[in-house]
Design a protein around this ligand. Sequence first.
Ligand code: ADP
Length: 802
Amino acid sequence: MVQPIKSQTYPLLPLRGTLVFPYMVTPLEVGRVRSIEAVEQTMLRDGRIVLAAQHLVATEDPQPEDIYDVGTLCEVKQLLKVPEGQIRVLVEGISRVNLEHIDDAEGYYEAFVTPVPETVGEMDRYEREALMRIVREEFEKYVRLGKKIPAEVLLTVSSIEDVHRFADTIASQLNVAFKEKQRLLEIFPVDKRLEAILGLLYREGEILSMEKNIQQRVRKQMEKAQREYYLREQIKAIQMELGERDERGSTEIDELKDKLEKAKLPKEAKAKVLHEIHRLERMAPMAAEATVVRNYIDWMLALPWSKRTKDRLDLNVAEELLDRDHFGLDKVKERILEFLAVRQLTKSSKGPILCLVGPPGVGKTSLAQSVGTALNRNFSRLSLGGVRDEAEIRGHRRTYIGSMPGRIIQTLKTVGSLNPVIVLDEVDKLASDFRGDPASALLEVLDPEQNHRFGDHYLEVPFDLSEILFITTANVLHSIPPPLRDRMEVIEIPGYTEYEKFEIARRHLWPKQLKSNGLTPEQLQISDNTIYRIIHEYTKEAGVRTLERRLGTVCRKVATEIVKGQTQSARVTVSNVHKYLGIPRYHQSQANTEDKVGVATGLAFTTVGGEILSIEVTVVDGKGKLTLTGKLGEVMRESAQAALSYLRSRAAELGIDPKFHERCDIHMHIPEGAIPKDGPSAGITIATALASALTNRPVRHELSMTGEITLRGRVLPIGGVKEKLLAAHRAGITHVLLPVDNEKDLEEIPSSVLGKLQISLVEHMDEVLGHALYPVAESEGPLPFMLPNLPAGGEPWMGERT
Ligand code: ADP
């Protein structure tokens, strides 16, 4: 029977981090000296002791003020001394007590306490009963959620009817901080205490269910990871069985990932490839889509994202190389060296693009190649002739079957470095139509402001083209799309003179051909005259491409003879060259060898250089019809009309029948009728041929001319002077009429050519006729008209008259 409680002193046992509630039976370990002394004092008395918590768990030797004012008076039920001087006690809580004061007795604390009577509060019976039920329910939930409370506690709790015992039993079971429990101990009216317990239960319930959710989620993730690992291992085993995985256990995917690590891609590209590799991993290996993806990855990995060659920046070496591989072209080489010097000084790859313009076979490509060699860069050539589809430059999107990157990216893959020299051949032959505009795509490739992030449709990630040295070539400048032309530094390479061709052949082409046909200079010799003869009679070009081919033919034929054992060595001479090359294809000069009426020689400028052009006019009786034949273009036809109108306006002065336009038909023809011809520069030649035919005065055969004509007879300047003069020289012409305004162009003509040509600068058609037409022969009877300004020295005409 529990003895009644009085206000009196009891030994005090300070508790660390725990509490004992009334009604509860609790085991305690007692270790501190002072506490052991207190227990021993208790056993000497009535077995009752006051237990009260100290504020801080860490305090080893608590002072009276470190201890809470409310504690529990307990009875020691059992005492067990364990080794190392500790005691284990079993205590039962009896009632709450207020600690009035604490005295320091001999070696332990003595607390004077007053009991706290049990009070209920302000609720009525039913309310309290309801509260108890809710608390019980919540407690049940709490027990079910938390694992730490044994299920039999529930049984006990459900059988308790006394509200005080009920509240304290639940309070003692809660897994909350001891300070919260101390708070519960200090709430005296039981109603209030129950409410506080309910609050705690709600809160703890929430926390516990959250904990549970978290636990479940984490467990699920763990399980998933484990499951995947397990499945992957299984896949590996299956792949190994199927032979899709090699001995080392690596698959195509692993290899791709490996390659990706080594390829040093920029971040953006790497992420993209990784993404595609993951896609590939999830695809059936034989699926069509997988091939597309694999192809893409292969492309990406094969590109030189960060591989570059080291530049050799030595102008002297560059100069040497250019000189070694090319004869002449001094101005061009100088311009190229300047270009390289500036690049080197500015240390930037941004700058104009070189554009070499000239007829085929003048060495544009091979010059560009020398630039590559000089810089020690990789070299590649890309022909743009006839590229009409933008996709050729920019690639196809991957949605197309068999799509590929554009030509630029393809080239980069082949050369294998980020900074090659790329020659874009024939930029003037770019075409554009409904498939897009390749020129504007090319603009993006060439423009230094844009090309560091060039977007190829196939790659989908930008590629840096800014380190590439682009050199473009074109046959004519005017058909390069203007925006492209603006970005280029144009270097013109006109055609070669005969002498230059000879030197190129002797120094470069012949040794090259000998070597490539496996012959030695001892086995096959060629005389200088023979080379000249080949140039004259077997080629007709501004460059040296056909010449090189002809020399190649000679070498091949001799090589065959040697292999057949027909001969040991050979010498090609003027007299036996036809044996190798057949009958001459061209005659030494196409210039007329006789003076004729109605035939004038003009100079034309074509994509293969300059050419001479003979213009024939016949006048017959008729009704004033003008017929123009020879595939003449619009502009040339208009020129003919203008020339005719001019002659009509000058008929009286020229001694032409003023009514000739009503009495005769005129037919003008320009031979090589199948070749289209156009342009205004034949104007004065047409007028001359017409004048000759109408006045019946022959044209000097050694003379040719070029210039546009106005209705008033003024002679306007034309283009391509260099090429035209070279052609005239080639054709054996000795006298050329040029518009006055073209005088400045004469500076660029090699002196070897200028020395052999008489050049007359003309301003007006009258001067042209004065130079070109023979005066009327005396024997023909007086003509009503004498040409004005007839130059002195015009020999009387002796030739044939038609
Ligand atoms: P293009 O690109 O202008 O059409 P290429 O560069 O293909 O002409 O030249 C044709 C051939 O003529 C090449 O073998 C080239 O080496 C040779 N060649 C052209 N010009 C010269 C030159 N000045 N010196 C030496 N070889 C030349």
